[in-house]
Design a protein around this ligand. Sequence first.
Ligand code: AMP
Ligand code: ZN
Length: 466
Amino acid sequence: MVLKLYNTRTRKKEEFQPLDPKNVRMYVCGPTVYDNAHIGNARPVIVFDVLYRLLRHVYGAEHVKYVRNITDVDDKINARAAEQGVSIRDLTDRTLKQFQADAAALGCLPPDVEPRATDHIEEMKTMIETLVAKGCAYVAEDHVLFHVAAMPDYGQLARRSLDEMQAGARVEVAPYKRDPMDFVLWKPSKEGEPGWASPCGIGAPGRPGWHIECSAMAEKHLGKTFDIHGGGIDLVFPHHENEVAQSRCAHDTEIMANVWMHNGFLQVEGQKMSKSLGNFVTIGNLLRDWPGQVVRLNMLRTHYHQPMDWTVNALKESELILRRWRSEGVSYEDWLNAEDGFGDPIGMPDGDGYGGGTADQDFFPALLDDLNTPLAIAMIHQMESENRLHALHVLGLAEEFSDPRRKKVDAATVEQSIALRLAARKAKNWAEADRIRDKLVAMGIALMDAKNPQTGEIETTWEIAR
Ligand code: AMP
Ligand code: ZN
């Protein structure tokens, strides 16, 4: 069984080999908690949850550690708290709670650790002092800056030279910087902003830069080097490049993380999400109209590496797919409780590659091939219902979920539709019968057809689908 992952660091799809198979470690950059998360933010949350589940499956749940941080100190947070007239802690607590509720509603397991930046200020200060002592960073006008020239292969992850970076980036040119690309590790706090006693003998209180947060929290919870570091593609430069620079210089290591993974960007109905277009889709709003598992399935129908267009049409298709799967399936509890009635679940393959097998045999190889969720989902379509449930469980799609629209189901309307469908079937108008069935499925209704042994007639019962 071989897991292959596309590694941004090497620009290659490679066989994944954990540093220690008994302790597989993954860090993913989490949200800055100043506003409710949008559907773009949900992409890394869902994608890396699938990877987390897969790693747990392959290495054993107790051998995988997943850390996703919370950035709760940031200029945007300060500005938003001032705007709303609330304390920073109130704003970040409330936003964090909402984020965790959103992630749970999208079927995501909580990470093993969700460290908050403000709980790791001491670790950041220690790291900053180490960097200064090593000559990789310097103090200037109450700031501490990382000196990029101290690291000859700075730009290696993003594959850009210093010259290109200077030409391309809108870097803040400050008179106290030795080099325009030097970036902030620590900066002074203005009046009314959160501040802590500064490192490196700086008298004025200050606060950390964004990049040092992740380096310090990753070291604290995963060690000086670890297996996988993830986030959205927008984070490669400068955030991840700077994390690498800080951690490698502080720890004298060749790598920070072995594998760097980045999800592609998501846009909505063909457009970039932006305040001015008014097309921000928050997870909370989406969950008012769609079950969380429909949102999750819809996300996984595009390969994580590809750019994605989020559309209502695709959501409708995802809902139909999920309803079909569920109305044909058995409950997960039934599956677990069955002694051997459901046979062998999807076999974990020994070999490499896929193709030529059955849908059941090809499901895992698809996932193991750089998380090819669209292909894995295509396999689910062809599976026996018992195995399908196991596959859905692996993707986090098997659990019970609440449907915000369920209350709207009117039994009389459902029964009328069922009668019309049976009449259409009798008249051999299969297209019409299927149309009615699809309509009911989209409403969250599962239909069960059975022959009445006495009359020989098909009778249909219904229930609200899980
Ligand atoms: P932020 O709170 O902006 O730091 O973003 C949190 C995570 O969401 C990061 O991993 C970002 O790369 C990711 N992200 C933000 N916007 C999008 C988007 N439109 N599509 C995909 N990922 C995104
Ligand atoms: Zn980060």
